[in-house]
Design a protein around this ligand. Structure first.
Ligand SMILES: NC(=O)C1=CN([C@@H]2O[C@H](COP(=O)(O)OP(=O)(O)OC[C@H]3O[C@@H](n4cnc5c(N)ncnc54)[C@H](OP(=O)(O)O)[C@@H]3O)[C@@H](O)[C@H]2O)C=CC1
Ligand SMILES: O=C(CO)COP(=O)(O)O
Ligand SMILES: [Zn+2]
Length: 352
């Protein structure tokens, strides 16, 4: 008997475009949710969008509550849960970067209430995904969570955000090439379940972004549009897979390790991009496609070296040799790289 079953959970309303921030309340009303919103935001996103979202809900007759967080920690998740658990709160609205969206997602999951994703930066593909990722001590928890009920991505705000946030989003997408390679490898070597559609969608998303690289330019609203569409599509791939595997392989392990050990980590997307150059080298060797990944990153102004990340070369080597310990996810790093191999990979690819 065929007894497999799967649930693919996706957002119902995805609203992308110029000025759509003012449609946030309408996009939620259309979902027929009960209760008032809890708006979760952080300092800069509050100024560029959060206050306006709160005002929009008030004007629409709701009584929004607000929690401001500073970091993506379990402490912040607890803070949000405390308010979100109140009977008056019907759903959560995360207005900000990846940090805010992940904390909101995880808190919503805990209290069993839906959440709406209002990104203020096209900097990561967690905008739509059914995953939340929070660091804790020596590890990182990437857990299944409800994907957003709705996404409201205002391209005017996203295009106005610092350019490096957009290039970080592009690099997060470009890293899908190596994430899918790692997933396929884990399938072949460890019998990890591989999802053809999710893998193909993730890879195609990266290919389309690279094909459109010429149109991704600072202060061009169309860039925010192209990148947001790619981030949505990559998030959908994760939702289809029920795992972050389509968008997170060894390059993400290395970045998560950099977040732990670098005195001043760079943006998530920038770190995964640079790491992806090296993991592509590990997959396909000196004549492989690592130069294509490096060139694609360079073409959208994303960093390609440790120096451009502002991270010390020795920290990069330490991250390469210890990244496999971050979580139980089989990748090209296997059960660890030797220091000599890490130096070779970083040197040949010009990362150090
Ligand atoms: N769940 C998932 O599937 C995924 C999760 N992630 C997670 O997302 C996080 C990375 O997201 P990222 O957005 O890079 O990080 P942050 O949320 O930390 O945002 C980066 C910085 O940009 C600021 N910012 C946000 N919007 C604007 C704006 N419009 N104008 C000016 N500044 C702005 C933030 O300000 P402030 O400090 O005030 O917030 C912050 O300083 C990581 O924790 C990563 O693990 C990434 C990909 C997928
Ligand atoms: O960043 C992500 C995908 O781009 C999420 O992946 P993680 O599960 O590694 O946090
Ligand atoms: Zn990522």
């Amino acid at each position: 008997m065929f007894d497999k079953s799967t649930w693919i959970r996706l957002p119902r309303n995805v609203v992308v475009g110029h000025g759509v921030l003012d449609d946030a309340a309408a996009a939620v009303e259309e979902l027929r949710l009960h209760g008032d919103p809890l708006v979760v935001t952080s300092p800069t996103p509050a100024k560029v969008a959060g206050d306006r979202v709160v005002e929009g809900f008030s004007d629409a007759g709701f009584d929004p509550r607000v929690v401001r967080i500073e970091e993506a920690t379990f402490g912040a998740v607890e803070e949000v849960i405390e308010v979100a658990a109140s009977d008056d709160v019907g759903y959560l609205v995360g207005v900000g970067g990846g940090k805010v969206i992940d904390v909101t997602k995880m808190a919503g999951e805990d209290v069993g209430k839906g959440f709406v994703s209002v990104p203020t930066a096209a900097s990561h593909d967690g905008i739509v995904s059914g995953r939340a990722s929070i660091p804790e001590g020596d590890t990182r928890h990437s857990v299944a969570a409800e994907p957003p009920l709705a996404v409201v991505a205002d391209t005017e705000i996203l295009a106005d955000a610092p350019w490096e946030l957009t290039t970080a989003g592009c690099a997060d997408i470009i890293s899908n090439f190596t994430a899918v390679r790692d997933w396929e490898l884990a399938h072949r070597l460890k019998n990890v379940e591989y999802h053809e559609y999710a893998g193909a969608l993730s890879r195609m998303t990266a290919e389309m972004l690279v094909e459109n690289a010429d149109s991704i330019r600072p202060e061009l609203e169309e860039s925010a549009w192209i990148v947001t569409k790619a981030l949505v599509s990559s998030g959908v791939a994760m939702s289809i897979a029920g795992s972050s595997r389509p968008a997170s392989g060894a390059e993400h392990l290395i970045s998560h390790q950099l977040d732990r050990i670098a005195p001043e980590p760079a943006l998530h997307g920038h770190q995964v991009g640079v790491a992806s150059i090296m993991t592509e080298y590990l997959h396909s060797g000196p004549k492989g496609q690592w130069q294509d990944i490096r060139d694609a990153l360079a073409s959208i102004d994303a960093p390609t070296t440790a120096a451009e990340l502002g991270i010390d070369e020795e920290i990069v080597i330490e991250a390469l040799t210890t990244a496999h310990e971050i979580r139980d996810r089989y990748t090209i790093l296997g059960d660890g790289m030797s220091e000599a191999a890490a130096r070779e990979a970083a040197n040949v690819t010009g990362v150090i």
